[in-house]
Write a protein that binds this ligand. Structure first.
Ligand SMILES: Nc1nc2c(c(=O)[nH]1)N[C@@H](CNc1ccc(C(=O)N[C@@H](CCC(=O)N[C@@H](CCC(=O)N[C@@H](CCC(=O)O)C(=O)O)C(=O)O)C(=O)O)cc1)CN2
Ligand code: MET
Ligand SMILES: [Zn+2]
Length: 758
């Protein structure tokens, strides 16, 4: 019985990579220094795994920005606009310049599109391919990381993104013929994988791991023939390491495992946390192949139920050539180490395991199955814990009783009736999605407050001064519906978690979201209740500074769950209703304080949509139910806004419609599709605000460009229903870009209004 993990966090236990990247981008350090930090982080990871006693150590789990981008670059799957960047220069900094241009854009080229990695809060870049793309083995990152590890005395298993997942996550470039699919490049790409496998074998690698999480989705289901052919072919490479194919973020789809069993690969890794019942029953027939049994949850932070995992493992023995204890997926989505979280309540802390603790769980399971005697004491402790119930303090009978009494909350009056009850707005009203730039001063003030260097009064005075500035600026720009700018929020989820019972937050539990950006997902461990209003003071303060309406800003129930680590002892639907109830009370308090626009962000609505179509209806029911529970207490005179991030809306257009929000703003500018068209197609007839310019790029848009985006939206939407707003995420930008861009946006709206009036 041996042990492994599929991957490990890479941002650094103290976000060393974040700091190094941002210093490099600011030209404070050079490429050599950046590479040194990276090499040190990789070495520290391998050492941690070795010291924990993990036997099979992965490598190439590191990335400067994103592993999908790394793989695309390695195989030269690079859109032509990037080939010209730093052309002719072949040194390391030119290479990095091209790489970061694809990730973040530069003066010469817009970046690749970014989208969510499966149903996680991690974002990957989307390679842009066309029939002219010629895959070739252009880089050797897995090889050089393997060699680095070897030099340090670690024998590792390089991890590569598999060919099916790589191509199915890619998109056709705008100049590719309609209907052309990146999968058509599979043949040529497999030659490159084969070449790489040969080189890894020559360097001494005994195993490689090919990640194919796409096999847990409906898209993976449609390519089983290609899957079989691909791994038949890679299996036939003359000199190669043994191949482990990893399927995770859900059970392997029907037929996927059967197909893999027929190929000459040597092992499969399965997610036995999310796919437990389904996959365990399908394991038979692996023959001599190895099975990495992913029984330790890589997506959540609860301690493993060791007795249950042991019984799963025991049921697998004999069904495969070898059963290896592993994690359900790479540990990229959990924080590094619980050890440093000294601020957590012990009754919560005792129930948690972060990445470092998960290594101990994997090792304990491996030793227990191998019959080691010195683990008896640990096993007894684990048995004791798994029989214990959650402390009574985690339950709130009042919340439970209120929810029961509420049942399905009554619907609001119809949209038409609501509109009649409201103060009129000009056609094409202008607004923003909530945040304004989180400046260095704001973050420094918060850090100083946390450290006790400034008092709460001083901190709040600074935040109010910031709100004054943001309100004055919006009035000057001429926006119609203002926001307070969210300066007091460290994060749109963590801020609320800090103010709700039932949530805990960490000091150092950072998880990569994209590139150098990280979040500290809160831990939802018990019944959720709102001890006091959370946003009313800030919002009413902002409203007191202007005669224009100020829009209150809340984070919705689905997003609160999606971006937290959530209890698993009750259905998500029930937990979502508890969050919704707290928001319902907040909305009622905001209304009482005179706020007439309230936005409930459901940024993660698309992200939590299950990977398999068969699970969509159940999700829609609880997601919509929770949003309506949160918002249906609002009077007809209050406009409820909502906001969703990212494109590919056709799949959830009916869900957005069912939320019954008065205005829905959607991040749109960086996608090729039109959310206005998708929503119109779903019969949506309320307010809609497609993002009219891409805030992810420092480029300031012209008035003409924005006008054009608005005219395109007007083809699907009447002017009374069209709202004018940028994409979300102003908090990540600076005023130098935000101010001129918003001025251009308001001017574009004015021109169209004048035209409509004339
Ligand atoms: N949870 C969540 N998920 C999301 C989003 C989101 O907003 N929140 N947006 C979408 C895109 N993802 C994003 C994820 C992170 C960030 C982001 O800006 N993260 C910040 C951290 C935000 C934060 O928690 N800030 C804290 C702590 C800031 C900090 O690092 N402080 C320094 C010290 C202060 C200083 O001098 O800067 C420290 O602790 O070392 C605060 O403001 O209080 C970062 O990585 O830099 C943006 C978008 C999708 N998923
Ligand atoms: C990631 S969605 C962001 C919504 C939030 N109100 C903001 O503007 O930052
Ligand atoms: Zn958003």
């Amino acid at each position: 019985m041996t042990t492994t993990v599929l991957g490990y966090p890479r941002i650094g236990p103290r976000r060393e990579l974040k700091r190094a990247l941002e210093s490099y981008w600011a030209a404070d350090i050079d490429a050599a220094e950046l590479d040194t930090v990276a090499a040190r982080l990789r070495g520290a990871t391998w050492r941690t795994l070795r010291e924990a006693g993990v036997e099979h150590i992965p490598s190439n789990t590191f990335s400067y920005y994103d592993h999908v981008l790394d793989t695309a670059v390695m195989f030269d799957l690079v859109a032509p606009r990037f080939a010209r960047i730093a052309e002719g220069d072949d040194d390391r900094s030119a290479e990095l310049r091209r790489y970061f241009a694809m990730a973040r854009g530069c003066d010469e080229a817009a970046p690749l599109r970014m989208t969510k990695w499966f149903d996680t809060n991690y974002h990957h870049l989307v390679p842009e391919l066309s029939p002219a793309t010629r895959p070739r083995l252009a880089g050797r990152k897995p090889l050089s990381e393997y060699v680095q590890a070897r030099g340090l005395g670690y024998e590792t298993r390089p991890v590569l993104l598999g060919p099916l997942t790589l191509l199915l996550l890619s998109e056709g470039s705008p100049d590719a013929p309609r209907g052309w699919r990146p999968l058509e490049l599979l043949d040529g790409l497999l030659d490159c994988y084969a070449e790489l496998l040969g080189e890894l074998a020559s360097a001494g690698a005994g195993w490689v791991q090919l990640d194919e999480p796409i096999l847990a989705t409906d898209a993976g289901q449609e390519v089983l023939r290609e899957l079989g052919d691909a791994y038949e072919r890679l299996g036939g490479v003359a000199q190669r390491p043994r191949i482990l194919v990893a399927v995770y973020h859900g059970p392997a789809g029907e037929g996927a495992l059967e197909t893999l069993k027929r190929t000459p690969i040597e092992g499969v890794a399965l997610d036995l946390v999310r796919g437990n019942a389904e996959d365990v029953s399908k394991v038979g027939g692996l023959g001599a192949k190895s099975l990495v049994a992913g029984v330790v949850d890589g997506r959540n932070v609860w301690r493993a139920d060791i007795p249950a995992a042991l019984s799963t493992l025991a049921s697998l023995l004999g069904l495969a050539g070898e059963v290896v204890v592993g994690t359900s997926c790479p540990l990229l989505h959990v924080p590094y180490d619980l050890e440093v979280e000294t601020g957590l309540d012990p009754s919560v802390r005792d129930r948690l395991a972060f990445a470092r603790q998960k290594l101990d769980e994997v090792v304990l399971l491996g030793r227990a199955l191998a019959g080691a005697e010195d683990v008896e004491e640990q096993l007894a402790g684990a048995r004791q814990r798994s029989s214990e119930r959650a402390p009574r303090a985690f339950t709130d009978q009042r919340v439970r009783a209120r929810l029961e009494a509420l049942g399905q909350a009554p619907a609001r009056p119809s949209y038409r009736q609501r509109e009649r009850a409201r103060a009129p707005l000009p056609p094409l009203p202008t607004t923003t999605i909530g945040s304004f730039p989180q400046t260095g001063e704001i973050r420094a003030a918060r850090a100083a407050h946390r450290a006790g260097r400034i008092t709460t009064q001083e901190y709040e005075r600074e935040m109010r001064a910031e709100i004054d500035r943001v309100i004055a600026l919006q009035e000057d720009i001429g926006l119609d519906v203002l926001v307070h700018g969210e300066p007091e929020r460290n994060d749109m989820v963590q801020y609320f978690a800090e103010r709700l019972d039932g949530f805990a937050v960490t000091d150092h539990g950072w998880v990569q979201s994209y590139g150098s950006r990280c979040v500290r997902p809160p831990i939802l461990y018990g019944d959720v209740a709102r001890p006091a209003p959370m946003t009313v003071e800030w919002t009413t303060y902002a409203q007191s500074r202007t005669d224009r309406p100020v829009k209150g800003m809340l984070t919705g129930p689905v997003t609160m769950l999606a971006w937290s680590f959530v209890r698993t002892d009750q259905p998500l639907a029930e937990t979502a209703r508890q969050v919704a109830l707290a928001l319902r009370d907040e909305i009622s308090d905001l209304e009482r304080a005179g706020i007439r626009h309230i936005q409930v962000d459901e940024a993660a609505l698309r992200e939590l949509l299950p990977l398999r179509g068969r699970d969509h209806a159940a999700y829609t029911a609880w997601a919509v139910g929770a949003f309506r529970l949160a918002t249906s207490g609002a009077t007809a005179g209050t406009r409820i806004h909502s906001h969703m991030c990212y494109s590919e809306f056709s799949a959830i257009a009916p869900v957005i419609d069912a939320l019954d929000a008065d205005v829905t703003s959607i991040e749109a500018a960086r996608s090729q599709a039109s959310p206005a068209a998708d929503l119109a197609g779903a019969g949506f007839d309320r307010g809609i605000g497609p993002g009219v310019y891409d805030i992810h790029s420092p480029r300031v848009p012209t008035v003409a460009e924005i006008e054009q985006a608005l005219r395109a939206a007007l083809e699907h939407t009447e002017p009374e229903r069209l709202w004018v707003n940028p994409d979300c995420g102003l908090k990540t930008r600076g005023y130098a870009e935000v101010e001129p861009a918003l001025r251009a946006m308001v001017e574009a709206a004015r021109r169209i209004r004048a035209e409509l009036a004339g």
